[in-house]
Design a protein. Structure first.
Lengths: 334, 334
DNA sequence: ATGAAAGCGCTAACAT
DNA sequence: ATGTTAGCGCTTTCAT
């Protein structure tokens, strides 16, 4: 513990200069004599001075905070996005502040409201399906707003992501082209994970175009996990064993599906092809091939960070306002 | 976008009261007449007023920020801890601010310094092996410091975690008791992931006590991943096929090891027992049993959050200053 | 190259 | 129940 933190004024007194000179010296301003600068720096070290950003930002009317709101930390996808944002902000002097809203739009709004009160210089949110009240909050904030991970909707400002509807559709096309005909769908928390719902809708659209449909569906309210994917797959195959393909809401669920098939002795992908979404590291090491759409999560975070840097620097038109990523499908061949 | 954000003063003018009354009304103070409160609230809504926490905190000399520094987001362990912290802080009015230091002590120090400048009311850091300069920074901060996830060392203030040395030792005991004798070790980034190193050291100590040692080791500088665990396992089994147990730096690596064994046709756990650390969700769904130590990551985060709340509330001695978690070993039976 | 004054938006403390 | 004054720690602006 210890005593109260030293202030700039105390450092200035210690160094025998005015607050202003101390401030300049600390910030490495050019017009401070070397001698003075040294004395101030030394005084600051002696007093273990740590500047007060609250005062700095209030006074200068600028902050280095970038607010970021994600739905969850339980799905590796979001930590990876955050890592990308954090890395992309490195060296910019900006600092990401993360909030987790648990896929809850009300909580999201409150978190956004709270974060805005810190006067961030930009805000990054997940998706573009916020309710009107939240959108109003964001528009009113008068800072660059980046909507991340999804393209299917109308962005406020900047938009970085991929079309989940298209991702689902492309996967369906690949699977149908590969000869699959009897499809099952396994997903979870679709009311909350809107992007998973969009993928499913895109997938179904293509099925319809081919006169096909999901022969069976297993849905659950819980959030996605490997264990849940496994459980629902066991249930589905008990009902309808003669499927030749199951589409999952994501790779976690799909991996669980693969493990279920392995236990049941169902050959993957020969008998049943398993398809997910995300392109997780896990998928590439699995003992059997499963199909997935690679979503460049870290890259999206990095690009969002780059947009923030440019927007804050005032290069209003430096980049496109919408950055489109294309999901790359792997493992879907017959 | 829009115009400059409204200030409290503008809200007050709009409502025809003084700043102070507006402030009280907005904060729901008791001694404001219902009529006045309504007028102020309405004015605030009309102006889309969002309070300025910089000013609030500077003026009141308190903040609701809890600084959190973790080494990485690539390992699911840390996001889970963060989720626990975030959930544990819910409803307290406190807000977690996360920083990622990439297992880099210099970066960690800079992040801590930067975070302290925001005058957080508490700080949570990972482990207790910070270099002296970082420790000094933390001690000087004059706020509760929580060191998380590790117990092997001397805490500054509060300490929540488990002993990784002991976790490694207990795992070794269980495996030796189960009859395993020819051990291999596979790990990565041990110079940076000090807790993995402590587990290995604890494991080796027990081996020595039984006159045993690691017959082979595969180490790599890269960070842990399923793919890396798989690759190193293939390499190890090519060199020394007659091992009966491999201890991995964590469950990701161990899972990769299992997938390698499956591809090589090595029976797990009959021929080779695979042991990791963390107790990931993944492990429970895997097609073969692997041993692991359950580390209650989310719970650690929640407990850390509880300590923060208590400490900030001034209940100095409400809890033990050190909260010890015991890793539960599963899947290690013969 | 250095300093003094004013003020960022809010709350604490003290009126009334 | 409401208002006034002072000030949080810093930067901005303007002097010197």
């Amino acid at each position: 513990m210890g005593i109260r933190r030293a202030t700039l004024e105390e450092v200035a007194n210690e160094a025998g200069v005015s607050k202003m000179t101390a401030s300049r010296a600390l910030r490495g301003a050019s017009d401070v004599s070397k001698d003075t600068r040294d004395r101030v720096l030394e005084a600051a070290t002696r007093l273990s001075y740590v500047g007060n950003r609250l005062a700095l930002s209030l006074s200068s009317q600028r902050t280095n905070l970038v607010a970021v709101v994600v739905p969850s930390m339980s799905n590796v996808v979001f930590p990876e996005v955050l890592a990308g944002i954090s890395a992309g902000l490195d060296g910019s002097g900006m600092q990401a502040v993360f909030g987790i809203c648990d896929y809850d739009v009300v909580k999201e709004r409150e978190i956004i409201r709270d974060m805005l009160s810190w006067q961030p210089c930009a805000i990054i949110v997940t998706g573009l399906d916020q309710p009107e009240e939240t959108l109003k909050l964001l528009r009113n904030a008068d800072i660059p707003v980046i909507q991340l991970m999804d393209l299917d909707g109308t962005p406020i400002d900047f938009n970085v992501g991929l079309s989940h509807g298209e991702a689902g559709a492309e996967m369906a096309k690949a699977l149908v082209a590969g000869g699959r005909r009897r499809f099952g769908y396994i997903g979870s928390a679709l009311e909350r994970d809107l992007r998973a719902g969009k993928r499913k809708a895109g997938f179904e659209r293509i099925l319809r175009e081919h006169g096909l449909h999901f022969v069976d569906q297993q849905l659950d309210d819980a959030f996605s996990s490997i264990a849940l994917g496994k459980r629902l797959t066991v249930a589905m195959l008990a009902e309808i064993p003669d499927l030749d393909c199951i589409y999952y809401s994501n790779d976690d669920m799909a991996s669980g599906g693969l493990f279920a098939c392995m236990e049941l002795g169902v050959r993957v992908p020969e008998k049943i092809l398993i398809a997910g979404f995300n392109g997780l590291d896990l998928v590439n090491s699995l003992p059997s091939r499963i199909a997935t759409s690679q979503s460049p999560r870290r890259a999206m975070g990095e690009v969002a960070a780059r947009l923030v840097r440019e927007a804050v620097a005032g290069k209003e038109i430096a980049s496109e306002k919408t950055i489109i990523f294309k999901p790359l499908i792997t493992g879907a061949d017959p």
